[in-house]
Design a protein around this ligand. Structure first.
Ligand SMILES: *[C@@H]1O[C@H](CO)[C@@H](O)[C@H](O)[C@H]1NC(C)=O
Length: 168
């Protein structure tokens, strides 16, 4: 105890504590020059959920920029407390978000519950975290055409407002 109380030991402990917090951020640097956010996530639990452990989700994305953007592809992991419960890997043919507006992805079906159904029941009703997402998009599109290719990588957002619905 006496050894631990020396200033050097405290300094080393502090370095360790800060270092362990900082590591994930360094290995997964976020690039999000468009500044998108996800104001809402809708998760639909249907009869399929109980058959093949999948859910349907719908993402609303906010585009704060002054040009239209078009989202072409999203890979994302969502969950809680660092545990991934669902993985999305989806291409879009027409996910256009006007300047300074938000738009919905539409239904994204067949999203696997990677922890299985019973382990996932504990998160039903809670606001999920986007743990990591990579987005391929085009910036400055005109009704979804043209634009400049851009990517958002390692996007994370804690506590996304999540609406849970049950479809029978
Ligand atoms: C996003 O890309 C990074 C590499 O830049 C990768 O480590 C990460 O797993 C990807 N995220 C998803 C959800 O695929």
């Amino acid at each position: 105890m006496k050894v631990l109380a020396t200033p050097l030991s405290l300094f080393l402990l502090l370095c360790f504590a800060i270092g362990s917090e900082a590591l994930p951020a360094i290995s997964a640097r976020q690039e999000n020059d468009v500044g998108i956010t996800v104001p809402q996530l809708i998760v639909e639990i249907g009869t399929d959920t109980f058959v093949d452990n999948t859910v349907t989700a719908e993402l609303t994305i906010q585009n704060p920029s002054d040009v239209e953007i078009t989202i072409d592809h999203i890979t994302a992991s969502a969950g809680l407390d660092g545990v991934i419960y669902a993985s999305i890997d989806q291409s879009f043919s027409s996910f256009v978000i006007p300047a300074a507006s938000s738009a919905s992805s539409g239904a994204i079906p067949n999203i696997p519950l990677v922890q299985g159904l019973s382990a996932s029941l504990s998160i039903v009703g809670l606001n999920l975290d986007i743990i990591n997402a990579n987005v391929t998009l085009r910036s400055g599109t005109t009704s979804g055409s043209g634009g400049v290719a851009d990517t958002i990588s390692n996007y994370a957002q804690a506590g996304v407002t999540t609406e849970w619905t049950f479809i029978s």
